[in-house]
Write a new protein. Structure first.
Length: 401
């Protein structure tokens, strides 16, 4: 008759298997940091190797606890990250909180930070949106933003002295989809008129500030009276409100200077901020802290779709480009570190501009006989030499012009 219990001893720890009515149960025993013997059942274990892995993780946890190394579960570290880092260092801490509370904590919650592996992260990505039919319906940028927050949490945990092991968010887990492009939406001239008519009175100068000064929403809402110098025609963006963390001084457009003067007259020293509103409940003059609802309502009334506030900044840079402003100056106005960022992301050529450029080029070609010459020439060439002859003929065309 087989023994009901089999044991394997490994120094001050060991593995044993018990016979039950339904089969076998795998367990291990060890001594905790206080010297007390503990026994643990590994419910999902299929072999002794599975139990050994679980036992070594527990014993390693005990060893680190004795050495004073701080260990926390992901759920316990989340408020530490939010309180001691995100809210102190990031203006977008609310976005981090939404990602952490919405997806990261429910998935990684009770796992030790040191036990999270790239395989766990892959499982998180695979089950990212279980309510969707396919992960292909989820934007790759959305998944990448969650992974960026997760990676940052591990970096901060290590800086705070927690034992988190190697960061499990590796580059290969990020999504780079060819069917996703950068946002290119700009506000058309007729849409601007409709938007301004539909916007609430307190929202109109904020929209104009973004369209005329290419300022970000956070920079607009935190702009103070002391930041303006209408005499010199400039304003400053303080480091704590600047995306780059630096002090920037930019010129004020004359049309925006008139709007600022009107706002200062309405303010009359009642608020240190430039953009305010009167509370209809108690007539208190308060600074505007968010425009999410009012901007969405204005777009709905104006029947404007797929417009975000950050598109106004892109609209400003595109209009400067249409006005033939030097790209370097546009980059300085946008406060970018290089002109490539401005030209690739923030300057968009409209369909009308591209069509006019092609029409203009086509019209210039018809003034001479070069295009007819090339067409006649290509008709008599074989397929093997057509590409080379076309290149030579086109080179000759530009050299003659």
């Amino acid at each position: 008759m087989a023994k009901r219990t089999q044991r394997w001893k490994y120094g001050r720890k060991g593995v044993f298997r018990r016979k039950t009515k339904t089969g076998y149960s795998w367990c291990y025993w060890y001594y905790d940091e206080h010297g007390a013997q503990k026994k643990v059942t590994v419910r999902d274990a299929q072999s002794r190797e599975d139990v050994l892995i679980a036992m070594e993780n527990t014993v390693d946890h005990v060893r680190k606890t004795k050495q004073g190394i701080k260990l926390l579960t992901f759920r316990d570290f989340a408020p530490v990250y939010m309180g001691k880092y995100a809210k102190q260092k990031k203006k977008s801490w609310r976005v981090d909180k939404r990602y952490i509370d919405g997806r990261l904590v429910p998935f990684f919650g009770d796992m030790l930070m040191s036990e999270i592996t790239p395989e766990h992260v892959s499982e998180f990505v695979a089950g990212f949106m279980p309510r969707r039919e396919s992960i292909d319906q989820v934007r790759g940028s959305t998944i990448n933003k969650h992974l960026q927050v997760l990676s940052r949490m591990f970096t901060v945990a290590e800086q705070f002295g927690y034992d988190v092991g190697k960061n499990p968010v590796v580059r290969r887990l990020h999504f780079h989809r060819e069917d996703e492009y950068r946002r290119t939406r700009v506000l058309a001239d007729e849409e601007e008129v409709q938007l301004m008519e539909a916007a609430a009175p307190h929202l109109r100068p904020i929209i104009q500030c973004a369209l005329l000064q290419a300022m970000r929403l956070q920079e607009v809402l935190t702009l103070k009276v002391s930041d303006l110098d209408l005499g010199r025609g400039s304003l400053q963006i303080r480091p704590e409100n600047n995306k780059t963390g630096k002090l920037d001084i930019i010129p004020i457009r004359p049309s925006m200077a008139a709007i600022f003067s009107q706002l200062l007259k309405e303010n009359n020293g009642r608020s240190e901020f430039m953009f305010n509103y009167e509370d209809p409940g108690n007539n208190e003059y308060r600074p505007i802290v968010t425009i999410q609802r009012s901007f969405r309502e204005a777009c709905r009334k104006a029947k404007i779709v797929d417009l975000e506030f950050k598109d106004l900044r892109r609209t400003c840079s595109t209009r400067l480009h249409v006005a033939e402003v030097d790209p370097l100056i546009i980059s300085r106005i946008l406060r970018h570190s290089s002109t490539q960022i401005s030209t690739d992301v923030y300057i968009q050529s409209s369909f009308r501009q591209m069509s006019e450029a092609l029409t203009k080029a086509d019209g210039e070609g018809k003034n001479g006989s070069n295009l007819e010459h090339i067409g006649t020439y290509l008709e008599h060439e074989s397929l093997e030499t057509k590409g080379l002859k076309n290149l030579i003929s086109t080179t000759c065309l530009f050299s003659r012009n």
